[in-house]
Write a protein that binds this ligand. Structure first.
Ligand SMILES: Cc1ncc(COP(=O)(O)O)c(C=O)c1O
Length: 421
């Protein structure tokens, strides 16, 4: 049996150990140092470059996680207990959970069909309605680059600017994606990046915040290092966090930045192969850049299944209680006694997931929209049915640097073989 093909697994350049060794040799085994500075410089060069235009001047602060970056961006936007923040519903929980860390309320906004990301029309409707209902403007807007696909940032920025609400771009999955030749994370006030083990590049765990200027970056740095005042002893006048990236992790990041462009090119190549291999398969549609403005990194390749498509073994879907969990979290999840919830992917999607699993291929449903999560049952939501409908028909396919052309053929053959004719 061939090795299991995983959704996305980081690939080392070989240079990581040189940076890490340097950190040990110089005794910089702390959450600051030359690797952190060097990695931030590499990230700034990367996000600031633009096609056919002068580079931007954004500053980047390296942090312990993308989730930490969301949290600090919210603090920098002045989000406090009792405030509301507009956030894309179709996302991983890390986009919205930090809102609740602050005692604020997430207000979920559904997606538009083309990009699968925040619907600008619904966003404006939500802003107007929140102002009408609460007498206050939401404090921030968080669109999310789902699976790397850019959100409609031109329209979102136009609305955000008109209502003077800051945008925090959640580009955790969109590192290396562009809209009109400009990197995601550089349009809004702040941009979130993640370097978790399964992302476009990794620092094992880590993230960063793209900031508008040096002053704002300094403020984020201050919050990320326990908000210390400059006295000869520890004096605290605000609540801070221990969110700085370690110099060891940053060494991995510097090594990764030497191959980031190759990684992005590879993800796009894998997407093109899936499109080619599946183009004639009735009932399966790959999710692609919806227009020339969009340049997705294709962090994960995603497909949708017509509800009528019959997958072998479909009658056995959801018959067994799952003991593992998605995202490599087996062993750290609560045990459950039910195999179903009131909102889940269609039986054919689950049957395809099981068929691929049996062929040693990891796949996964799309993110379950936050407005359908029990933990957010009381949060306001502006919905049009798009994210829920996509959740029911969508599936994520392997896309990382380890996925070879042969693997894509193996995966697409397994998909074709699973269809009941
Ligand atoms: C959309 C989104 N936002 C935020 C995060 C948080 O990043 P991290 O895992 O580095 O905390 C992730 C990924 O994990 C993500 O997918």
């Amino acid at each position: 049996m061939r090795d299991r093909i995983l959704l996305c697994l980081a690939h080392m350049s070989g240079k990581e150990m040189d940076f890490i060794k340097e950190a040990f040799d110089q005794n910089w085994v702390v959450p600051l140092g030359p690797n952190v500075n060097g990695f931030e410089k590499d990230l700034e060069d990367f996000v600031n470059r633009r096609e056919g235009a002068a580079p931007l001047h954004k500053k980047v602060v390296a942090l312990s996680a993308g989730t930490a970056a969301v949290h600090l961006a919210l603090i920098a936007c002045g989000v406090k207990a009792g405030d509301e923040v507009l956030v894309q519903s179709f996302t991983f929980c890390a986009s919205s959970h930090p809102i609740t860390y602050l005692g604020a309320t997430p207000v979920f906004v559904d997606s538009e069909r083309e990009s699968w990301n925040m619907d600008p029309e619904l966003l404006e409707e939500a802003i107007k309605d929140r102002i009408a209902k609460t007498g206050r403007k939401p404090k921030a807007i968080i669109p999310v680059a789902l699976y790397g696909m850019p959100y409609r940032i031109d329209k979102i920025m136009e609305i955000a600017n008109r209502y003077e609400i800051p945008v925090i771009e959640d580009g955790a999955e969109g590192f290396g994606s562009n809209f009109n030749g400009q990197a995601l994370g550089t349009f809004g006030e702040y941009g979130v990046l993640s370097f978790n083990g399964n992302k476009m590049i990794t620092t094992s765990g880590g993230g960063a915040l793209v900031c508008p200027d040096a002053d704002k970056a300094r403020e984020i740095l201050w919050y990320a290092t326990q908000a210390r005042e400059s006295y000869p002893y520890y004096q605290h006048e605000a609540i801070g966090y221990n969110y700085r990236m370690s110099n060891i992790c940053a060494g991995i990041g510097r090594g990764q930045m030497t191959i980031v462009d190759e990684h992005i090119a590879h993800h796009k190549h894998v997407q093109a192969l899936y499109e080619e291999q599946l183009k004639d398969v009735a009932g399966i549609t790959m999710h692609c850049n919806p227009g020339p403005e969009y340049d997705s990194n294709y962090w994960l390749c995603t497909a949708t299944l017509d509800p009528d498509l019959r997958i072998k073994g479909q009658e056995n879907a959801y018959k067994q209680v799952i003991t593992g969990a998605v995202g490599g979290a087996a062993g750290v999840t609560h045990a459950t006694s039910t195999a179903v919830t009131d909102c889940q992917p269609n039986d054919n999607v689950e049957a395809l997931r099981m068929a691929l699993d049996a062929a040693n291929i990891e796949s996964r449903p799309l993110w379950k929209p936050m407005h359908k999560q029990p933990v957010y049952k009381d949060a306001p939501a502006y919905v049009n049915g798009v994210s829920e409908a996509l959740f029911k028909v969508g599936i994520c396919l392997p896309a990382g640097p380890y996925v070879t052309d042969d693997d894509v053929r193996y995966i697409t053959d397994a998909i074709k073989a699973s269809i009941q004719r």
